[in-house]
Design a protein around this ligand. Structure first.
Ligand code: FAD
Length: 628
């Protein structure tokens, strides 16, 4: 590196959003001296759009982040004002916890959690460039801040979210540079990264207007209360959970459709103002009207923004139309006839870096010491960002400390699915997680995140001693419950009682609790109730519910494990870094071209690259063996 540095740390994290917070916490937990640099310390963990965490698949990720010692689960519990378990009518493999949080309290809770982490320092500043060094000048060795500081580091993690050359739009000709409403974009950092020759792209996303709840006729709307149970995202710590607030449901209609259609040319999205691609699954109201012209109505959720404010988030009306059109279409919605807008909706366009340029550690392939995490990798959502933050931050620290890298497989965590999808398939629209993206949904449940990932996190050093102790207690409780069910034999009379209660017949003799549990309709609670005594302990604990699912679906779970093992054996077959794909003529031209671009690290990853067939894989194995 040329020139002096003012100071040096092990890891620098650029940006204090959801990826940056988790990256900084993970790096410092592993013992790396870590510096989090962000332009406004009061906006660490800021929720740019809906103040909600979780949902289908995303809720599992939030729990995985927590199991790995992250801050998201704790901050959610401490600030959640409405909680629901989504998909409850379907199997437990796809349940998704979701919490609406207090927008003001959430960032404060994140900051409190971060300030508890020893070895983590903060700097309010903006990073404008990287310090480069190494033999070929392609090793990141630190950063240069707007304040003029040159800070050295062994690893640098970039988590700049929607800020890279961000441009917000509301109506035609009204675009302006911003990272999100009221905050400047990062232009210098974007130019620095572009100058390093990385492939770049442009994506967009949007946010709806917010309303003053006092101007909404809430009494006329359908009310939605939160679920009553005391569900927790955080497994190791018990936060004080605020009291719940309700949400309300209303619907758009033909009048809104007419207003939007009449003004489409004034939409930044449809008036040709925005080039970037948007998230298919969070469409703007313009998108909905254009894509589903025959849909008579669209659902709108009115969600509280906080405990001490009347402001409502209008989930479902994201838009880039000008303010006067927003006023007009909002007032066509039942209950909102007199609604006053407190903040206008807008769309934002920003730079991202196609993630096939990354390794599974989220290290940038073409530059040592540099990691990317979050929206910058083409994803959308707080949970997706947080998940990447943990992996990038941990690996940045492990590399700085000279320890082996850490990755998660697809059968270990949704985080593994997310990162593998990004790296091996790339993205051509903002990437969001769904349960359908995982081939191992029964293995990757929200209820077993701690059992799956806690021991790994503890062994790596991602957990505090207190968290480690809480993990031990949880695993012990699960083991006691499991042993009780596998070791308790029910006599025929007891079996009949359980099954008769559930309207079924039973023709066999005695049977263990775990075998009986596999019968349709039999619950663990019913078995404990019939056997009586102390049973396996508390029946409504998370440990109890988790073991119940594991035993009930044991047959399916073991089949998924067998499939996972096949994948694992392919994952052990490593592909050389310098493989000359164009020369491997036994493979199809398409496979050679795609593999040369993605450069998978293992045979399993190669198998997931679109355009690579089973025959290509077999030929690849032969070619690699021949070259060895
Ligand atoms: P962010 O949360 O954006 O954090 C980036 C951080 O980096 C910020 O703290 C910023 O100040 C900091 N930073 C930037 N440049 C620098 C620099 N040069 N130096 C130091 N720090 C820097 N997600 C959805 O799932 N659904 C939606 O509908 C949705 N709508 C959205 C609408 C809008 C208008 C916006 C802005 C975002 C929306 N999102 C949505 C995305 C969601 O906000 C992000 O996915 C999530 O916040 C990404 O987390 P992140 O940590 O990658 O980035």
């Amino acid at each position: 590196m040329n020139g002096r540095v003012d100071r040096a740390v092990d890891v620098i994290v650029i940006g204090g959003g959801h990826a940056g917070s988790e990256a900084a916490a993970a790096a410092a937990r592993l013992g790396a001296r870590t510096l989090l640099i962000t332009p406004d310390l009061d906006r660490i963990g800021q929720m740019s759009c809906n103040p909600a965490i979780g949902g289908i698949a995303k809720g599992v990720v939030a729990r995985e982040v927590d199991a790995l010692g992250g801050v998201m689960g704790r901050a959610t519990d401490a600030t959640r004002i409405h909680y629901r378990m989504l998909n409850r009518r379907r199997g437990p493999a796809v349940w998704g916890p979701r919490a609406q949080c207090d927008r003001g309290l959430y960032p404060r809770a994140v900051r409190r959690c971060l300030e508890e982490v020893p070895g983590l320092e903060f700097l309010q500043d903006r990073v404008d460039g990287l310090l480069l060094g190494g033999a070929d000048g392609r090793t990141a060795q630190g950063v240069v801040t707007r304040g003029g500081e040159r800070i050295g580091a062994a690893s640098v993690v970039v988590t700049a979210g929607t800020f890279l050359r961000g441009r917000i739009h509301r109506g035609p000709g009204a675009g302006m540079s911003a990272g999100r409403a009221g905050e400047p974009p990062s232009i210098e950092l974007a130019e620095c990264l572009e100058g390093l020759g990385f492939e770049m792209g442009r994506f967009k996303t949007g946010t709806p207007p917010r309303l003053d709840g006092r101007s909404v006729d809430l009494a006329s709307l359908e009310i939605q209360h939160g679920d009553p149970e005391d569900y927790r995202f955080a497994a190791y710590t018990r936060e004080r959970v605020p009291e719940q607030r309700p949400c309300w449901i209303t619907w758009t209609g033909a009048e809104l459709q007419r207003v939007v259609e009449r003004n489409l040319a004034r939409s930044a999205l449809y008036g040709g103002e925005i080039a970037g691609k948007g998230p298919r699954y969070c469409p703007s109201i313009e998108d909905k009207v254009v894509r589903f012209p025959d849909a008579p109505r669209h659902q709108v959720f009115l969600e509280p923004e906080g405990l001490d404010t009347h402001e409502l988030y209008v989930n479902g009306l994201s838009t880039s139309l000008p303010g006067d059109v927003q006023e007009e279409f909002v007032r066509t919605v039942p209950g909102l006839e007199q609604a006053r807008i407190t903040r206008l909706g807008y769309a934002i366009e920003y730079d991202y870096f196609p993630p096939h340029q990354l390794r599974h550690t989220l290290a940038v392939r073409a530059m040592a010491g540099l990691y990317f995490a979050g929206q910058i990798n083409g994803t959308t959502g707080y949970e997706e960002a947080a998940a990447q933050g943990i992996v990038a931050g941990a690996n940045a620290a492990l590399a700085a400390l000279g320890r082996p890298a850490w990755t998660l497989e697809r059968d270990e965590a949704y985080i593994g699915v997310l990162i593998d999808d990004l790296v091996t398939r790339g993205v051509d629209e903002p990437y969001r997680l769904f349960t359908s993206r995982s081939e191992f949904r029964l293995l990757l449940r929200q209820d077993n995140a701690v059992a799956r990932l806690g021991p790994m996190a503890r062994d790596m050093g991602l957990l505090t001693p207190q968290q480690g102790a809480a993990l031990e207690r949880e695993l012990e409780a699960q083991s006691t419950i499991r042993q009780w069910f596998t070791g308790t034999r029910l006599r025929e009379r007891e079996v009949r009682e359980v099954v008769a209660e559930l309207d079924g017949g039973w023709s066999g003799g005695s049977i263990t609790g775990s075998e009986l549990l596999q019968r349709p309709g039999v619950t663990a609670e019913a078995i404990v109730g019939v056997v009586g005594g102390a049973g396996p302990g508390v029946v409504d604990s998370e440990a109890f519910r988790s073991v119940e699912v594991e035993l009930k679906y044991a047959g399916y779970v073991s089949r998924e494990r067998e499939r996972a093992e096949v994948l694992r054996s392919r994952a052990r077959f490593r592909l050389p870094d310098d493989l000359e794909y164009p020369a491997l003529v036994s493979m199809s031209a398409e496979a050679r071209e795609k593999l040369a671009r993605i450069r998978p690290e293992t045979l399993a990853q190669a198998g997931r690259v679109p355009g690579v067939s089973q025959a290509d894989l077999q030929n690849l194995v032969m070619e690699v063996r021949r070259l060895r």
